[in-house]
Ligand binder design. Structure first.
Ligand code: IDP
Length: 159
């Protein structure tokens, strides 16, 4: 309802989105943030971080046996990243759709990776792939917690 608080009371999903070092270097941070902001998702945490290798090893723990893992670590530790948490209905799956396929060769035009990147090892952004991983990644990157605030737009975004 427009004036009610249904949108605020709905159990909202949260996802961990990260602008990778190449996005920061190439000035694409605002484009990534802008897609999520304009879609209607709510920003609940954001910071610029130069992540320690140990943090990234934990973040990408499931990939540690892959041949590309060392180069992934070099890429991800090469500069600051923008870590953020976005909240909204179905934001984990929809966030992945907005990012596009992992390999930009397969990312559709209109997606963030499809529009702004070419190679898998320089694919500019990260987004949690499941609700469970989102919770794990949010805890890992935002031990300090997220920001609780009410957005005046909620009633214009959720019916
Ligand atoms: P995702 O980022 O779309 O969730 P994952 O398979 O979890 O994809 O891989 C994590 C990241 O590792 C990718 O975003 C990409 O930067 C890098 N990566 C994945 N596969 C390859 C590869 O085959 N070669 C080089 N880098 C890769």
């Amino acid at each position: 309802s427009l004036h009610g608080s249904r949108g605020l009371c709905m159990a909202m999903e949260r996802t961990y989105i990260m602008a990778k070092p190449d996005a920061v270097q190439r000035g694409l941070v605002s484009d990534i943030i802008g897609r999520f902001e304009k879609k209607g998702y709510k920003l609940v945490a954001l910071k610029l971080v130069k992540p320690a290798r140990s943090l990234l090893e934990e973040h990408y723990d499931s990939l540690k046996d892959k041949a590309f893992f060392p180069s992934l670590m070099d890429y991800m530790t090469s500069g600051p990243v923008v870590a953020m948490v976005w909240e909204g209905k179905n934001v984990v799956a929809t966030g992945r759709t907005m990012l596009g396929a992992t390999n930009p060769l397969e990312s559709a035009p209109g997606t963030i990776r499809g529009d702004f990147s070419i190679e898998v090892g320089r694919n500019i952004c990260h987004g949690s792939d499941s609700v469970e991983n989102a919770e794990r990644e949010i805890k890992l990157w935002f031990g300090e917690g997220t920001i609780d605030w009410s957005s005046h737009s909620q009633g214009w975004i959720y019916e």
